[in-house]
Design a protein around this ligand. Structure first.
Ligand SMILES: NC(=O)c1ccc[n+]([C@@H]2O[C@H](COP(=O)([O-])OP(=O)(O)OC[C@H]3O[C@@H](n4cnc5c(N)ncnc54)[C@H](OP(=O)(O)O)[C@@H]3O)[C@@H](O)[C@H]2O)c1
Length: 232
């Protein structure tokens, strides 16, 4: 049985990934800020980068070994660049980029020793094509793409693959929290498939990327976005 460390497992995309992988007999150690009573879970704020080490330690103690890391926890806000709250921006950079880097660093040591590993970073279409008023968010996700490609090269010889999924708009609390109903309708009208992605679609792609069938796929950023990255 393979062991997974998954950040942001309490809702949305992360919860769908957790359920899908558990159905396929993966053992998942999750995290979020919600208080849950579960031995395979840690409530921890990952915008405090010191907590990456704590999460790694607790997951390793619970699982014994971490075969797969999925960096999913993330946050989003809209702000114009000339009116940016940089304290808020730093928290976003820590959560969306620095903590994933730290977790990659921590698990890579073990994965190299085991000559096996799978890492998935959850990016965003905003990091692939840009999004007005989401400059810092987009930059964190574009940063993850650079990390993904570089680590894929660095770790290839150790049978470790590193990939990224860039979702377009997904039906979750995160998208609900930043969009009014009329804005959502307007967005749907320009998405080529005229729909938001469902969290389960991301979960199924994760399952494929960590499977043996995908062992030759590394360093890739896959836009799972109902066609949005191609234009509208
Ligand atoms: N939804 C979209 O349209 C969309 C599009 C593109 C990319 N994405 C990316 O997909 C990922 C998941 O998004 P989602 O839509 O599933 O979001 P969500 O429904 O808001 O869930 C976010 C998850 O991350 C955790 N989290 C948030 N802030 C945290 C913090 N400071 N410390 C620790 N954990 C934290 C949350 O845990 P608690 O609530 O328990 O704190 C929750 O489990 C993110 O990286 C996001 O950028 C989403």
């Amino acid at each position: 049985m393979k062991n997974v460390l998954l950040t942001g497992s309490t809702k949305g995309i992360g919860l769908a990934i957790k359920k899908e992988l558990e159905l396929s007999k993966y053992r998942v150690f999750g995290s979020g800020r919600t208080n849950l009573n579960n031995i395979n879970y840690l409530s921890v704020d990952l915008s405090n980068t010191d907590n990456a080490k704590l999460l790694y330690k607790m997951a390793k103690e619970a699982l014994g070994n971490i075969d797969i890391l999925i960096n999913n926890a993330g946050c989003f806000f809209y702000d114009s660049i000339d009116d940016m709250d940089f304290n808020k921006a730093k928290e976003l950079i820590n959560l969306n980029f620095i903590t994933p880097c730290l977790l990659c660093s921590l698990v890579a040591k073990d994965m190299k020793k085991n000559n096996y590993g799978r890492i998935i970073n959850i990016g965003s279409i905003s990091g692939a094509v840009g999004e007005a008023y989401a400059s810092i968010y987009s930059a964190t996700k574009a940063g993850l793409s650079g990390l993904t490609k570089s680590l894929a090269l660095e770790l290839a010889q150790y049978n470790i693959t590193v990939n990224q999924i860039n979702p377009g708009w997904v039906e979750t609390e995160l998208s609900d929290s930043v969009l009014a109903k009329e804005e959502k309708e307007q967005i749907v009208s320009v998405i080529p498939q005229k729909r938001f992605i469902e969290p389960i679609e991301i979960a199924k792609l994760c399952k494929y990327l960590i499977s043996d069938d995908a062992k030759g796929l590394s360093g890739q950023s896959i836009n799972l976005c109902a066609g949005l990255s191609c234009g509208s």
